[in-house]
Design a protein around this ligand. Structure first.
Ligand code: PLP
Length: 338
């Protein structure tokens, strides 16, 4: 039987007036917060479920288990409900409190991992927990965002064409966060087919093994992986024309707050990191259209990134003890040549 699911309206792509500059560069942002369940991960999950369906893995499947930092679980829960399945989210204690609240409000079954794996950290511990939960359980399967290529496919089929059409083919550079690789890898793959000279810039966080190169504690969520998965390897193939970027917690959070103040656009820390990377890139080029993806909106970060008290507690206003309203520098960025 053919089952259909909601795709929702495609996310807005807006011109960022204050991020664009006099060198003739224009920066456009796809607002992932517009997607159903509030993040671009909705399309990743759509693609992964499509891939599982094509392989016959959804026949007789009643329960799907998946490791998530929040957004994937919110999307998976929504799509599983539409398909008559139950989603179980394996999260860890670092999840943004707002995401955790959303999961609870949505009635998702939450399994919280509290002890990191000594080598692969919380991410490795979450993935092992999913395997244990699925093993030998009838009707259960794993929704594996680290190796299911459907996550990239969805962005090659939905996000990439949407960006290309919306900007009538005037896309010179693309900047997106690299977590599991689905969003960046799939979208960049499509855009590179349309424009082989595209600069595609992957954005990672300080403390991640992907581009920064070693695991260190960090507060950013959604990015900052502790292992290189097969989807990340696929995404690496789509890094082209400019160095990938690494942004630290403080810079990313403050940039997200700055964006909200100057453009009125809310996003989380990974969105802030992407904006910081776009600002770094636009200083190196002229007369180009740069498109970025902001993975989600501000909704779930009102108690963290967009809360001054929380920012102070986490020492994110280090130099001044308060926010510097003219924060524009970008000292926390590292460009890693590949
Ligand atoms: C807030 C946020 N930013 C960035 C990412 C990275 O996206 P991807 O996993 O497609 O690489 C995620 C993934 O869950 C996320 O939730």
């Amino acid at each position: 039987m053919l089952k259909t699911v909601r795709t929702g309206k495609l996310a807005r792509i807006v011109h960022l007036k204050h991020v664009s500059n006099e060198a003739g560069n224009h920066v456009f942002a796809l607002l992932g917060g517009d997607c159903p369940t509030g993040s671009i991960k909705y399309y990743s999950v759509l693609g992964m479920l499509g891939e599982m369906a094509r392989k016959g893995r959804l026949v007789g499947c009643t329960d799907l288990f998946g490791s998530s930092s929040g957004n994937m679980a919110l999307a998976a829960n929504d799509l599983c409900l539409q398909l008559g399945m139950q989603f179980h989210a394996v999260i860890d204690s670092r999840i943004a409190s707002g995401k955790r609240d959303q999961l609870i409000e949505s009635g998702v079954d939450i399994i919280n991992v509290t002890v990191p794996d000594p080598v692969s950290g919380y991410l490795g511990a979450r993935i092992s927990r999913v395997k244990e939960l699925v093993a030998g359980r009838e009707g259960a399967d794993a929704l594996d965002q680290y190796s299911n290529p459907g996550a990239l496919l969805a962005h090659s089929q939905i996000t990439g064409p949407w960006i290309w059409r919306s900007l009538q083919g005037n896309v010179d550079a693309f900047v997106a966060a690299l977590g599991t690789g689905g969003t960046f890898g799939g979208t960049a793959r499509y855009l590179l087919r349309c424009n082989p000279s595209l600069r595609s810039v992957a954005v990672d966080c300080r403390g991640s093994v992907l581009i920064y190169g070693r695991q260190e504690p960090h507060l950013l969520t959604g990015i900052g992986a502790a292992l290189v998965s097969s989807n990340v390897r696929l995404a690496y193939e789509a890094i082209r024309g400019a160095a990938p970027r690494v942004v630290d917690d403080q810079t990313a959070f403050r940039r997200a707050r700055w964006l909200r103040q100057v453009e009125g656009i809310g996003t989380g820390g990974s969105g802030g990191a992407v904006i910081e990377a776009a600002i770094g890139l636009k200083r190196e080029i002229t007369d180009k259209n740069i498109v970025v993806i902001l993975p989600d909106g501000e909704r779930d970060y009102m108690c963290s990134v967009h809360n001054s008290e929380w920012m102070r507690e986490q020492c994110m206003f280090e130099e001044f003890g308060h926010e510097d309203q003219t924060f524009l520098t970008g000292t926390g960025i590292y460009a890693i040549p590949r």
